[in-house]
Design a protein around this ligand. Structure first.
Ligand code: ZN
Length: 196
């Protein structure tokens, strides 16, 4: 297992299109495990391969929330979200159905300390391959649906700040390019809780 470096905006590698995975190799499975380890280390709930400088269509997600006692608290999850086994690792994820609208204050490990409200589809159906290379297909909503849409955007070189108004998006991008990011504060877990 290894911790990977997470690229930050405006790194140009975050803007590239990722390629479909032909074969779910042992090496790719190991890489997905490193991605999960990296995501947990940053207290993130999702990570896409291009965020760790690899242009393969691969996302890892775990939206289960932990309570104060460090045990999983599933009360805030929807029934559909609970029905999907997590952590979730998907190669070549494709949304085959989408319905409704929802909003959430999104963050991103590649844009640390910034949170903005983004509109997404409420319910989605996802198809892809699991770590065994088997086809998977499920419907989900809640935070898991939002997170999946956010991660697939990464595979297409898109960031959540691109989905804001032009004025807001421009202001944030300019601010980051000028001032960079605040130092990572590992004590402040609350602030990075929902970065994906
Ligand atoms: Zn992200």
């Amino acid at each position: 297992m290894a911790l990977l470096e997470v690229l930050k905006f405006p790194d140009p590698r975050l803007r590239k299109m990722s390629k479909p995975v032909d074969n779910v190799t042992e090496e790719l499975v190991q890489f997905s495990k490193d991605m999960l380890e990296t995501m947990y280390d940053f207290k993130g709930i999702g990570l896409a391969a291009p965020q760790v400088a690899r242009l393969d269509r691969l996302i890892v997600i775990d939206t289960r929330r932990k309570g104060d006692d460090d045990r999983y608290n599933l009360d805030d999850m929807t029934e559909l979200e609970k029905s999907v086994e997590q952590p979730l690792v998907v190669f070549n994820p494709v949304i085959t159905f989408k319905e409704g609208k929802t909003t959430y204050d999104e963050g991103c490990l590649s844009i640390p300390s910034y949170y903005e409200t983004v509109e997404r589809f409420q319910l989605i159906e996802l198809e892809g391959l699991n770590q065994k290379g088997e086809k998977i297909k499920f419907k989900t909503d809640g935070l898991l649906s939002i997170c999946i849409q956010h991660e697939i955007d990464h595979l297409d070189g898109k960031l959540f700040i691109d989905r804001l108004s032009i004025i807001k998006s421009g202001r944030i991008k300019k601010q980051i390019k000028k001032h960079g990011y605040p130092e990572r504060n590992t004590e402040d877990e609350e602030a990075v809780e929902s970065e994906v």
